[in-house]
Design a protein around this ligand. Structure first.
Ligand code: PLP
Length: 465
């Protein structure tokens, strides 16, 4: 059959245009092609989104954990428009430089949670994590350690969707059908208290996770492992903070085996945990740091790799001597509009004290969620820290026992919450809903979010009985 070119006699029916022509990420494609989108957004302000029918929603996830300063900031629009007028683009290849990316690099190095030396810009969290792997490989090749290439990630960690990073992501839904993970990736145990840590004290759980890592390194051989990547607090994999003492147990093992530590700060970075970086919250001392999302609050797609002096000295020294000019970079690396957006975003965060606000409002949100769900018979755990949280549903709390995934408990809760004017997100491969609102969300809006979710959970649980 020959496909007919699109005819747009339904041109204001955005839902129909979308159903017919759009190919959505992380979406049940057949369902979308049949039913189309639940709504079509057209405006955003603060923590609120409005669709083309004029319905308003509170965005309890700040887009995808990223619109930290809230929607509709005129100052951001002005900064980007001004940059587009003065210097809309400049590439950064072959030592080409522009003012705003240079200023942003210096500012990021000053802010870094541990001493860092250089900044390499990308476009997304995925490509930045991909770059980190290439840096780790180049580092070891330059040092003549040609077999030290494997990457350790954690089950349930989320690091992106490129060929390399989708494999590092420890969620089966990102591997199935794509021939992933690539063969040099290994996963170690997820630090989930509810499941892997059930019945253990923090100290016992941290020790068992460290023992698992040590056993993996021994089985593979430390001379085959380049780096380990970790989110300080896991986001998309379930909003999972490790047990007390975890990083203190893990980091000496990595150091002893000369394995680089990559901190994936894509969600934690720029304040969501009530401090600038998750690494500071948990006492991590990474060699490489990945940032994205909160860097521009998603007003522009921009990411970066922060590189420590230890790695930089090898890249600029032996790697240069052996392989010549650094052969990696994107057309949009160091995009001046992205840099202008990041600088304006960081100004707003500082001027309005939004990191402290995320800590305060976050404590309020955690208390409200625990009060609403802590004793619910079908809630296995309410967890999180500051302005990031999750509620996980279980069939039996004591065992614990998961629901049959076919029941789609969490997605049904999300649909029921949406009908009550709140947008949330069901996390992949778990019956978990997440909360990660803009830092500017008000306490009244949090009350509305929690009440809507409580009603939504009761509705879905009523159907399941
Ligand atoms: N790393 C973490 C911790 C993330 O949460 C994400 C996205 O959610 C990524 C990496 C990938 O970022 P992107 O979707 O911009 O490629």
């Amino acid at each position: 059959m020959t496909l007919q070119p699109p005819t747009h006699n339904f041109e204001n029916d955005y839902a129909e245009l979308d159903r017919r022509y759009a190919f959505h990420p992380f979406t049940a494609l057949a369902d979308h092609e049949k039913n189309g989108p639940a709504f079509v957004l057209s405006h955003g302000e603060g923590s609120t989104l409005t669709d083309t029918q004029g319905r308003r929603y509170i965005d309890a996830l700040a887009g995808l954990w990223c619109v930290n300063i809230g929607y509709g900031r005129a100052e951001m629009g002005e900064a980007m428009a001004e940059q587009a007028r003065t210097l809309s683009y400049a590439h950064a290849f072959s030592s080409m430089a522009a003012d705003k990316p240079a200023m942003l690099s210096a500012r990021l190095i000053n802010m870094a949670p541990v001493p860092m030396s250089k900044v390499f810009f990308g476009n997304s969290g995925s490509d930045a994590n991909d770059t980190q792997v290439k840096l780790a490989w180049l580092y070891n090749n330059a040092l003549g350690r040609v077999h030290k290439k494997k990457i350790i990630a954690r089950q349930r960690g989320y690091h992106g969707v490129t060929l390399m990073t989708a494999g590092m992501t420890g969620l089966p839904g990102l591997h199935a059908g794509f021939d992933l993970p690539l063969p040099m990736i290994r996963h170690t145990t997820a630090p989930r208290r509810l499941w892997e840590g059930h019945g253990l004290s923090d100290a016992e759980f941290a020790a068992s996770l460290a023992a698992d890592l040590e056993a993996l390194i021994e089985a593979e051989g430390a001379d085959t492992i380049a780096a380990m990547i970790m989110e300080p607090l896991m986001g998309a994999g379930g909003v999972i903070a490790p047990p007390e003492g975890y990083y203190a147990a893990i980091q000496p093992i990595l150091r002893r085996h000369d394995i680089l530590l990559i901190a994936d700060e894509v969600i934690c970075g720029f304040g969501r945990l009530g401090q600038n970086f998750g690494s500071s919250v948990f006492g991590m001392e990474p060699d490489l740091i990945t940032i994205a999302k909160g860097l521009t609050s998603a007003y522009f797609p921009l990411s970066a790799c922060l590189v420590s002096d230890k790695v930089w000295q090898v890249l600029a020294g032996p790697a240069h001597a052996k392989f010549g000019a650094f052969g990696h970079g994107y057309t949009y690396s160091s995009h001046p509009i992205g840099a202008a957006a990041a600088l304006a975003n960081l100004d707003i965060i500082e001027r309005e004290g939004l990191v402290a606000m995320a800590g305060d409002t976050g404590a309020y949100m955690q208390a409200k969620l625990r009060a609403a769900f802590g004793d619910h018979p079908l809630v296995g755990e309410v967890r999180g820290q500051a302005l990031i949280a999750a509620v996980e549903f279980v069939k039996d709390k004591a065992a614990p026992l998961a629901f049959d995934p076919g029941l789609k408990v969490a997605p049904r809760v999300i649909a029921a919450a949406r009908a009550r004017g709140v947008i949330g997100r069901a996390l992949p491969n778990a019956d978990t809903v997440a909360f990660s609102p803009p830092f500017v969300i008000s306490r009244e809006e949090i009350d509305t979010v929690v009440a809507a979710f409580r009603d939504a959970v009761d509705e879905v649980m009523g159907e399941l009985r």
